[in-house]
Design a protein around this ligand. Structure first.
Ligand SMILES: Cc1cc2nc3c(=O)[nH]c(=O)nc-3n(C[C@H](O)[C@H](O)[C@H](O)COP(=O)(O)OP(=O)(O)OC[C@H]3O[C@@H](n4cnc5c(N)ncnc54)[C@H](O)[C@@H]3O)c2cc1C
Length: 206
């Protein structure tokens, strides 16, 4: 750790502190579905074409039960230029966003830098950060906490968390499997015992 890093720094531009060294792994689904309004936002940001190039389009929800098909719900009536949802593993979304953010020249992104403490004064937010080299402190007029479900920022600033536990009757999982299902349709089975659905995200994974 250099002397400069040891000092409390007053930031003059935007800084992202990210605990992980790498984006979400390629074979993990997480946030895979982009809806039309989200795609309009991507278009506004000027990065939609990159999502279009890599994504898989879904234009139909299909519901069935043990006796057969119940209904099809197409997106073609939507008042949007995007009459489909777009599937893309979260890995790709993170990579595209990170690259676009760096290209603006307005943002510094530090990977492998974990916030371990956060406090605030009348004028500043002060965060303590840990990386491979050690600890350092940063002070800035504004801080935005977007550190996920187990947020340190929220807990340190005593911001209440709204948490809903769905119990053991529901699960989200990535399945490795070969199947006959079409990748551009979401398949939802309204089994009275236990409803389930399959959503494609990368070859051989649902
Ligand atoms: C299996 C699974 C499937 C999902 N499928 C979908 C889906 O299809 N569609 C959908 O919309 N959503 C889906 N989600 C939910 C979606 O992934 C989350 O809602 C979304 O990622 C939340 O975003 P976030 O930015 O709040 O938190 P996160 O994505 O968790 O991001 C928080 C970031 O902060 C970093 N961080 C955490 N603590 C610190 C710290 N102290 N210092 C520095 N950095 C820190 C983390 O490393 C992480 O990169 C799914 C989630 C899971 C687990």
């Amino acid at each position: 750790m250099t002397k400069t890093e040891q000092k409390s720094l007053l930031l003059k531009r935007n800084l992202v502190l990210e605990a992980r060294e790498e984006p979400t792994p390629e074979d993990e689904s997480r946030a895979i579905t982009w809806m039309p309004r989200g795609m309009e936002l991507l278009d506004w940001l000027g990065i939609y074409s990159q999502f279009h190039k890599k994504g898989v389009f879904r234009g139909l929800h299909q519901f069935e039960n043990q006796h057969g098909k119940l209904l099809e719900w197409s997106f073609d009536q939507l008042e949007s230029p995007y009459q489909y949802s777009l599937q893309l593993p979260q890995h790709d979304t993170e990579v595209i966003f990170e690259d676009a953010a760096r290209k603006t020249g307005m943002i510094e992104i530090r990977r492998g830098h974990k916030v371990i403490e956060a406090t605030q004064t009348k004028d500043n937010v002060i965060v303590k950060v840990q990386n491979k080299k050690g600890l350092y402190e940063i002070s800035a007029p504004w801080g935005v906490g977007c550190d996920g479900a187990k947020s340190i920022i929220k807990s340190r600033l005593a911001i209440e968390k709204t948490w809903r536990d769905y119990g053991i009757n529901s699960a989200v999982a990535d399945f490795e499997m070969d199947c006959h299902l079409s990748i551009d349709i979401s398949n939802i089975v309204l089994d009275p015992q236990r409803p389930y659905g399959f959503f494609y995200f990368v070859p051989g994974r649902w």
